[in-house]
Design a protein. Sequence first.
Length: 253
Amino acid sequence: MGKRNVKRRQRAEFNTAHYQSEETKVRALFPGTNWSPDAKEPMRDQRFIKNVKPRSDGQAQLMKSIDDHNLVLALGPAGTGKTFLAVAKGVEALEAGSVSRIVLSRPAVEAGESIGFLPGAMEEKLAPYLRPLYDALADRLSPKKLKAMMAEGLIEIAPIGYMRGRTLNNAFVVVDEAQNCTYGQLKMLLTRLGWNSTMVVTGDPAQSDLLPEMSGLGQIADKMEDLDDIAVCRLAAEDIVRHPLVATMLTVL
């Protein structure tokens, strides 16, 4: 018994000497460091705060139209920031409490080639097609917050094929790559708009993966342009904010 008590006493003295301070007798969580729960570390998930500003007159008009109208059609070539600005405005509205959710929709159409059968649930099947929307969200939200919002239903992925019959109230809706939607699909999508909701439809009529007569974006935009309550923003080559070669190539392609 005597040897056991001596070992127990020695172990207690060792712990006291290495893990406790003489003043407070509080055991250190990480000995030898000054870590505290309040300290901000690079590994911790931090909030992404980015002030999105227009980089061209066309982008400024698009951002103002989203603020002033409940339905906006943004047409323009690749690289003009249509999708990014729409998603950024949606995140801004969600964080401000103006809407209760963001609904993202995009046609599942391959760009000229078929990638075959995709296994998994609906979200996993649509993930390759919705990657541009995820990238835009990742620029505005941290990965941890984005994952939590999607799990809670604050950010919803809504396939176009499953949108019929729905009424999207108190939502910010982004319909991306609308040039790959038929006239009937776009008519169905536009009539989903509910109370206290904003819908932004983006696309480039010149880059449709459908047959030329099947895409309905150009026809819809021409008919909507005469309505005062609906904004149709047509971006041009001078609004391209991607690599300068993109604007140069589009002038000859």
